[in-house]
Design a binder for this molecule. Sequence first.
Ligand code: ATP
Length: 320
Amino acid sequence: SPMIVSFGEMLIDFVPDVAGVSLAESYAFIKAPGGAPANVACAIAKLGGNAAFIGKVGDDEFGHMLANLLKKSGVNSDGICFDKDARTALAFVTLKADGQREFMFYRSPSADMLLKESELKLDLIKQAKIFHYGSISLISEPCKSAHMAAMKAAKQAGVLLSYDPNVRLPLWPCPEAARDGIKSIWDQADFVKVSDDEVEFLTKGDPKKDDVVMSLWNDNFKLLIVTDGPEGCRYFTKKFKGKVNGYKVKTIDTTGAGDAFVGAFLQAVAKDPNLFNDENKLKEALVFANACGAISTTQKGAIPSLPDKAQAEKLIKEAK
Ligand code: ATP
């Protein structure tokens, strides 16, 4: 089946063993594989799709553990590089009692930031149907240049570009730099997915309002999607817009819900790139993506909770 190449960071999240504490209060941490682009690749493979990951980790225990996990998950790992000197990135993450997420990163610099243009497996990218990326890889050099070169190669080869920016303020010098950085490659994408929080950050407007969302529209886009957590998602194209309701599930941990959603949606696009022009087909793909996002919240961790096709179809059927 058509290949989707996901580019960017793969790292270890350390998550407190109990919910609702600050990082300082936490007594013990659980090691959880993470990095949105790596999660997306795993989500696609779990659904039976053809996924590859490009990125860099340290030549250390954690880096090899992550690369092996991807391989075991069925993701093509030919594009993974190992840095001899720098360590695999670490992020300490907690969902505090007030619902706010607190991040602390160990990246000074970490291996993911050191991926060089010369290390890119361009053959992999040129063979793909879709090239997917986030915004963490734009924060510093040399990774930023590698990211730009990969996008350029994909575009020249006629590969669809998919962008899922993530705002991680502690990683940028200031909020303005984050906004500018995220927007700097905005017009390149065929498809952009943002969450309601990201719409608010980027526009400083009310993300529930469609005209606020549309201020993010670019005429090069084929599709803009806003995810609204448990409420599902909204879609915007040149010709139509609408909303697809989410699913009620017993949510335990929402980490990676957006990645499960994106993986499921990209797998549908890989099979039928004309999805963008047919509202009914698009809605069907978004129903499936919502189901995958919902299921991913019912267990701890981003990767262990990714659904297969049968699980998602079961939830859709039961909810009817
Ligand atoms: P991430 O935490 O990965 O950054 P995100 O903020 O990008 O996630 P969300 O809007 O939280 O994305 O979630 C993506 C999709 O997953 C939603 O559109 C929805 O379909 C599903 N989802 C998320 N949270 C829930 C929930 N609590 N219950 C049911 N479905 C959910």
